[in-house]
Design a protein around this ligand. Structure first.
Ligand SMILES: NC(=O)C1=CN([C@@H]2O[C@H](COP(=O)(O)OP(=O)(O)OC[C@H]3O[C@@H](n4cnc5c(N)ncnc54)[C@H](OP(=O)(O)O)[C@@H]3O)[C@@H](O)[C@H]2O)C=CC1
Ligand SMILES: [Cu+2]
Length: 306
């Protein structure tokens, strides 16, 4: 029996990291000719892939918008010509308008790059809806955390992490590999049910900052209260000294350094303590190292411990 596992992920020549696919390599399709499509096409071409862009009206797309090597054609033609991977760079509201392409998209991998429009937690993610509309294709969620700008600029400012998920392992592997070839750091986040979180990721500001900010605020309250008691309330009750004018400035100034030093200690001390404890403890080095890494909180903290 012929299985999908027998097929190379993209094409035989893209398996070695660092080597470029030759110009006769796989053709990647993009449906839609908007901002995302342009940036992605430019990046794919720069990474040595052949690209076909499918538009509702290819004649109306400014040819200067895409690199010269990108072929602009109808949606149907792009669906047909793409070897395996097709990016759907169309807003999810318009997915239904692609239903006429079901035949050509059969057996292909559709990459859903859309973002959630709000944090309202809908029943279904965009990617799951796309999968429902095209049951004969396999759907992979990914690339949505990259802005059009980041796609064009490439991975200059460190390797951008790109979460990718799908229910189809082979298709997901192909997209993971493609992301790597484009210079990003793909992260496999599981099945398509993870798509909702992936779609909402770009909308979440400062993820996991809530607790540290709250803790810092509580520390501030604690030290402010302490300074208020010690320098204002007690002298007032004791000797009738009126120091209340110090509240907005002097007391705040006395409080901030205490908050800063305690916050800093909270970041660095756990790694230090673990390191001291575990180096006098002849345990399994792997466990020891991972504990140190876990408590380190930051690279500087742990490297100082070494
Ligand atoms: N822009 C960005 O930085 C990012 C965008 N994305 C996602 O990429 C997708 C596309 O975004 P973006 O490129 O910015 O959007 P644009 O509005 O710039 O482009 C959307 C394209 O969809 C095509 N399209 C196909 N069918 C329809 C239809 N029925 N009605 C209207 N347009 C249609 C159009 O191309 P044509 O006229 O050629 O058919 C149009 O150019 C979205 O899902 C978005 O969430 C994700 C991350 C970042
Ligand atoms: Cu640090």
């Amino acid at each position: 029996m012929h299985s999908a596992m027998d097929e190379p992920l993209l094409a035989a020549e893209v398996s070695e990291p660092g080597s470029r696919p030759d110009p006769g390599g796989p053709v990647i399709g993009i449906i839609g000719s908007g901002d995302f499509s342009r940036s992605l096409a430019a990046r794919l071409v720069a990474s040595g892939f052949r690209v076909v862009v499918g538009s509702r009206a290819p004649g109306r797309v400014a040819s200067a918008a895409f690199p010269a090597r990108v072929e602009l054609c109808s949606q149907g033609e792009a669906a047909q010509r793409a070897d395996r991977l097709l990016f759907v760079a169309v807003y999810p509201e318009h997915y239904h308008s692609l239903l006429g392409l079901s035949q050509q998209l059969q057996g292909k991998v559709l990459v859903d790059v859309s973002n959630a429009s709000s944090l309202s937690r809908p029943e279904q993610s965009n990617a799951e809806r796309l999968a429902q509309l095209f049951p004969q294709s396999s759907v992979v969620k990914g690339f949505n955390v990259l802005s059009a700008w980041a796609l064009q600029a490439g991975a200059h400012d460190g390797n951008r992490q790109v979460p990718i998920c799908s229910d189809e392992a082979d298709s997901k592997a192909a997209v993971l590999q493609l992301a790597r070839r484009l210079g990003f750091s793909p992260v496999d986040v599981g099945g398509l049910c993870a798509a909702r979180d992936v779609e909402e990721a770009p909308l979440v500001l400062f993820p996991s900052w809530g607790r540290p900010v709250l803790l810092t605020f509580l520390l501030f309250l604690f030290f402010y209260g302490y300074n208020f008691l010690r320098h204002i309330l007690l002298p007032f009750l004791d000797q009738g000294e009126n120091n209340f004018y110090q509240l907005p400035l002097v007391t705040v100034n006395e409080t901030l350094p205490a908050v800063a030093i305690v916050t800093l200690a909270l970041v660095y001390l756990p790694a230090q303590v673990w390191w001291r404890l575990s180096s006098s403890w002849p345990g399994e080095p792997n466990i020891r190292d991972s504990l140190v890494g876990w408590t380190a909180g930051c690279a500087v903290g742990s490297s100082w411990a070494y």
